[in-house]
Design a protein. Structure first.
Length: 111
């Protein structure tokens, strides 16, 4: 099993399905994983001619004690209307620096 295969077992499905691990840095205390959204337009926009226009600002939701996920989401431009298109991800739970899934997990174990 490769390190990427192992990560796929531990990460939320949306990350595995829509993002690629592009790099990582590891020290004794901190692991940083860097993700970029795959170059696949959002569902519902197949009828439009979209052009990838780079990435939105990187976010770093906390996943565990010392692991940071650096996530770069794509943005698209509709050539006909010049409208900016992006997926509506809810990656970080409101008021936290962690994913919704992890925040829900913590709430559940504290009950």
């Amino acid at each position: 099993m490769t390190p990427i295969d192992l990560l796929k077992l531990m990460l939320p499905d949306f990350l595995v399905d829509h993002f690629e691990v592009v790099s990582s840095t590891n020290t004794e205390e901190v692991l940083h994983l860097y993700f970029e959204e795959k170059i696949k337009p959002p569902q519902g926009f197949n009828a439009f001619e979209l052009v990838s226009k780079g990435f939105l600002d990187e976010i770093t939701p906390l996943r565990g004690k010392f692991v940071y996920l650096h996530i770069k989401r794509r943005r698209w431009t509709n050539k006909a209307t010049e409208e900016i298109i992006k997926r509506d991800w809810a990656l970080v739970a409101k008021g936290t620096r962690m994913t919704r899934e992890f925040a829900s997990f913590l709430k559940e174990i504290n009950r």
